[in-house]
Write a protein that binds this ligand. Structure first.
Ligand SMILES: C[S@@+](CC[C@H](N)C(=O)[O-])C[C@H]1O[C@@H](n2cnc3c(N)ncnc32)[C@H](O)[C@@H]1O
Length: 308
């Protein structure tokens, strides 16, 4: 089926409206493979019917549409250097800065477009490697994404040989994974540190933050500049005063003016807020503040609505 330019336009518009992702007219092959060839899976007879359903309700078609239009490419320890900077600079400085606060051993981190979970688990493993007395720390990593499919894979924490082959060191694989049928499962001690939650970055952050560290990598590149600016503005409000944000290698917060101060470590760049703000810190009344890090339970997987 060859798509008309009106159909392509309608898909691009709805994709941007629902997810913020900008598709241009050249993405007709993606529309063909991800939507048109799979109409029967969505229970629709035509592209128009699918778009109507996605637009008019927050039902299963919208979730399936989101799963189809999002690109969930990710890997363990993506780009490596951010995790080196996290371990050797960002976290030690944050830990020092809060040493005298009543919450000296509390760390809150957010993987803001977590995809299938590799980023969140890489963060936890970094912390576990860095803090020999990890059990005595109160650490929570919140992993959010707009895609149900991504979150369901992330919360299972099972990865194929190919997936662990991308970025996972052998010693960490031995320490933090169990061999299971179909691949490798992240051990409960790692999974229990992560809370999975559905969240659309275009919408107000509900029950999210404040955070010491935020990873918001390789998602804002799909948004237009105003959406990016608005996103990082809102992110700055859920970052603690000494907090740090990591973005993708091709992303640059300096484009948004002197508000963000770049910090360099080896080949990594991360950013800290660079303006006087009311001090934001982790307070005990924060909904996550009373939780402990060493829950033996499987990961918590709370679903909030993601539609617009
Ligand atoms: C390319 S992956 C990046 C994963 C990970 N952060 C990394 O760097 O490896 C982009 C992720 O962003 C998610 N995403 C796209 N639009 C989003 C939105 N509006 N809100 C939340 N997540 C979104 C997609 O579902 C996908 O899982």
């Amino acid at each position: 089926m060859s798509l008309t330019s009106l159909q392509i336009q309608a898909v691009c518009k709805l994709t941007e409206q629902v997810t913020g992702i900008q598709w241009d007219q050249s993405k007709d092959y993606l529309i063909e493979t991800r939507l048109v060839n799979r109409l029967h899976e969505f229970g629709c007879k035509s592209l128009e019917e699918l778009l109507r359903k996605v637009e008019s309700s927050n039902g299963p078609e919208r979730n399936a549409f989101i799963d189809a239009v999002t690109t969930r490419e990710t890997l363990f320890f993506r780009d490596e250097s951010p995790y080196i900077a996290l371990e050797h600079k960002a976290l030690p400085e944050i830990i020092d800065a809060k040493a005298k606060s009543p919450y000296a051993r509390r760390l809150r981190l957010w993987s803001a477009a977590a995809s299938t979970g590799q980023e969140a688990y890489s963060i936890v493993m970094t912390l576990m490697e860095m803090l020999p007395d990890f059990d005595r720390w109160d650490v929570q990593v919140t992993a959010t994404d707009i895609s149900d499919a991504a979150l369901s894979t992330a919360s299972r924490g099972i990865y194929t040989d190919f997936e662990v082959g991308r970025g996972m060191r052998q010693d960490l694989l031995n320490r933090y994974f169990n061999r299971v049928s179909g691949g490798w499962q992240v051990k409960d001690e790692v999974r229990s540190v992560v809370t999975f939650q559905k969240a659309n970055l275009l919408q107000p952050f509900v029950n999210l933050g404040p955070f010491d560290i935020i990873f918001c990598r390789y998602v804002a590149i799909y948004f237009d500049v105003l959406t990016r600016r608005d996103l990082f503005e809102r992110i700055s409000r859920v970052l603690t005063s000494d907090g740090a944000i990591f973005v993708g290698a091709s992303e640059n917060l300096s484009d948004f003016g002197p508000k963000w101060l770049p910090q360099f470590h080896c080949r990594a760049v991360y950013y800290q807020p660079n303006q006087p703000r009311a001090a934001i810190s982790l307070q005990p009344q924060h909904p996550l503040a009373g939780a402990t890090s060493a829950s033996p339970a499987a990961p918590r997987f709370g679903l909030a609505t993601a539609g617009r």
